[in-house]
Design a protein around this ligand. Structure first.
Ligand SMILES: Cc1ncc(COP(=O)(O)O)c(C=O)c1O
Length: 282
């Protein structure tokens, strides 16, 4: 089952949304789904700390506190998907650490070896792990993760080295600092280009939502958003855009610069976007 998003910029489009307490209201929509399905049928809730595919959705104030409360209330496991946010991207080891969340399970992949090796991990609390081995008499009663590449050492070796570098070079600190800098630059760019409805993000995980009109917030056409991505590519700067996760909202430019990015790198990215927006939208 899907649950509604918590994109505050578009809260006004959600029926009955409480714009004053949007974070809590958005979390309450999850509770409604749980109640409609029947709490006994819901084993877990899977959410990203900052949602990637929906357009870099930074959670509104009060959202995570309420989500955690709801999970506790109905005894539902909280599975945090850190595939994008995990291992430094938002300026902390894990995105959930910004929000005081206590997950039961965490999955991670892209940042684990910074893409230098194919490796993904699932980490659970002891309590969850022990659920898989609660009957010593049953030989099948353990956490069975049969894996084609089980025992291969290249992925874990790359991951450990990657994490050593992140620690030794204080790349979490750099990510937080450069992320703030880049968000400032994107906000400055939005003063020049009315097509930027909102710039948002956490650390070096940022988005710029493009709209046809700032008042109505009508989403920019996907083809035009893609034209911006293409123009940046022609300038040698790779950026992304939303991937059709929210119907009709394929209008957010996505940025994930390397955690080692310098101010010059950020300036180059922002200047490429500036040029592209000028060419595509005039
Ligand atoms: C947030 C998020 N979760 C999960 C996945 C799926 O990861 P995988 O391809 O490793 O199954 C992706 C893939 O991009 C993702 O972005």
């Amino acid at each position: 089952m899907r649950v509604p998003h918590c994109l505050e910029y578009r809260a006004y489009q959600q029926e009955g949304a409480d714009l004053e307490n949007y974070g809590e209201w958005a979390a309450d929509q999850i509770e409604k789904v749980i109640l409609a399905e029947g709490p006994d049928t819901v084993g877990g809730l899977c959410l990203e700390p900052v949602t990637a595919g929906g357009g870099v959705i930074v959670p509104p104030k009060g959202y995570w506190e309420r989500v955690q409360e709801i999970c506790k209330k109905y005894d539902i496991l909280l599975h945090i998907d850190e595939v994008v946010c995990g291992v430094g991207r938002t300026g902390t080891w894990f995105g959930y650490q910004h929000y005081g969340i206590k997950p039961d399970m965490v999955t991670m992949a892209k940042g684990v070896a910074s893409g230098y090796a194919a490796i993904a991990c699932l980490v659970t609390t002891e309590e969850v792990f022990n659920m898989f081995k609660d009957n010593a008499a049953d030989p099948m009663n353990y956490f069975r993760d049969i894996s084609t590449f089980g025992g291969c050492t290249a992925g874990p070796a790359a991951a450990i080295e990657n994490m050593r570098i992140i620690e030794d070079e204080d790349l979490l600190g750099n990510t937080a600092k450069m992320g703030d800098y880049m968000l400032d630059q994107l906000n400055a760019l939005s003063e020049k280009h009315a097509v930027i409805g909102q710039a948002r993000g956490k650390g070096l995980f940022l988005g710029a939502e493009l709209v046809k009109d700032r008042t109505t917030r009508e989403p920019m056409d996907e083809a035009k958003v893609q034209a911006v991505v293409r123009d940046c590519m022609e300038q040698g700067v790779i950026i992304g855009a939303t991937n059709r996760s929210l119907p009709g909202l394929n209008n957010t430019l996505c940025f994930s610069p390397a955690l080692i990015a310098t101010k010059d790198d950020i300036n180059q990215i922002v200047s490429a976007v500036d040029g592209a927006l000028g060419r595509v939208f005039g």
